[in-house]
Design a protein around this ligand. Structure first.
Ligand SMILES: Cc1ncc(COP(=O)(O)O)c(C=O)c1O
Length: 341
């Protein structure tokens, strides 16, 4: 254990750890797994990732449990989603076996950076794949580099499980039309930064995006999916322009386990007036309650948590999810992988 780190006060930011793991796809096959202490990569200036955005990434966490064991949560789902991302932009999909082996290895190599149980922190893994072949024509690379680095993190939102406020700004789009400039690299994330910066400057924790076509239905927040509780039903947006969140998928199952109904469907903005609870959910956000949602165009605030406290169902969902991840609640769905240390 690294003695110098203040585990309970970590933020969601990068900290150097001892090792990262890398693997290169070349001549039609993945090579050997390399262990590196280098935080930088040597990249061709014409690499396809730099110009045409051939870059994909994932994010997941390893948790130290009450029993001292270290668990990864639904790692195969991250592997599957990364394969879908690769297929979407003509990159080389990473086999699940290689993905899981490298995830385990980077945790083992950085064991002293896994935060202790009870600190509220965890070891975040960031797998990324980039196209590294030089390209000036718009063509996919034939060589790829896959890296996983690890960094200890605290809560994404500084107040942890305390309800936050988010804002809806209709002038922002997360998918940049090419007519606005050559800024495709980074896709939805880079395009969402303008709205997030505006939200933060106005005292909100995040922007809540609407569907890009009609700007009528809820999509998701910058770094997380959205769900609400309405009359014993867990409702969450069905949309082709949001990330299929593994946390959201898991919370839907937990909601069913708790006897709630689950609806995945388009949610009109105005329906926010009828919900009793709302939250942002994701690996980083876990399930962060939302107290208020400000719709700038309508100059209207939906007050969801009137007493400013997390709602009872969100609290139950949060506790059950965290409990499974930390080995305190029985993992009836077989979602966790214990890492040999
Ligand atoms: C845009 C976006 N939506 C949703 C999520 C949540 O996905 P997951 O639960 O798989 O972490 C994330 C990542 O945390 C994200 O970046």
């Amino acid at each position: 254990m690294n003695e110098k780190i203040d585990w309970s006060n970590l933020t969601f930011s990068y900290m150097k750890t001892d090792y990262n793991v890398r693997c290169t796809f070349k001549d039609g096959k993945w090579g050997e797994i390399e262990v590196s202490t280098d935080e930088t990569i040597n990249l061709h200036m014409a690499a396809s990732c730099l110009h045409y955005g051939q870059e994909i990434f994932e994010g997941q966490k390893a948790f130290r449990g009450k029993d001292g064991k270290v668990r990864l949560f639904r790692i195969e789902e991250n592997a599957k989603r990364m394969q879908n991302s690769a297929i979407g932009i003509k990159m080389e999909p990473i086999p699940t076996e290689l993905f899981v082996e490298m995830a385990k290895k980077v945790i083992q190599l950085n064991e002293r950076f896994i935060p202790p149980y009870g600190s509220g922190s965890s070891l975040y893994l960031r797998p990324l794949e980039i196209g590294i072949s030089p390209r000036v024509g718009v063509n996919p690379a034939d060589e790829y580099m896959f890296i996983i680095f690890a960094t200890p993190v605290g809560p994404y939102f500084k107040d942890g499980f305390k309800p936050t406020k988010v804002a809806i700004y209709r002038e922002f789009d997360r998918a940049a039309p090419l007519g606005t400039g050559r800024w495709k690299v980074g896709g939805n994330y880079a395009c969402g930064m303008g709205a997030t910066a505006k939200a933060k400057a106005n005292g909100f924790s995040a922007a809540l995006f609407l569907d890009p076509k009609e700007k009528k239905y809820l999509d998701e927040c910058g770094p997380a999916n959205f769900f609400a509780i309405k009359d014993n039903t867990y409702i969450t947006p069905k949309s082709g322009s949001i990330l299929p969140s593994i946390t959201n998928m898991s919370l839907q199952q937990i909601a069913r386990d708790l006897g709630l109904n689950v609806e995945c469907r388009p949610i009109p903005v105005e329906e926010l007036a009828e919900v009793q609870e709302a939250a942002e959910c994701g690996t980083a956000a876990v399930a962060t309650p939302i107290a208020e949602i400000y719709d700038e165009a309508m100059d209207h605030t939906y007050v969801i948590a009137k007493d400013g406290q997390p709602g009872p169902i969100t609290t139950q969902l949060y506790n059950r999810l965290r409990g499974i991840q930390h080995g305190e609640v029985e993992d009836i769905h077989g979602w966790t992988t214990i890492i040999d240390l």
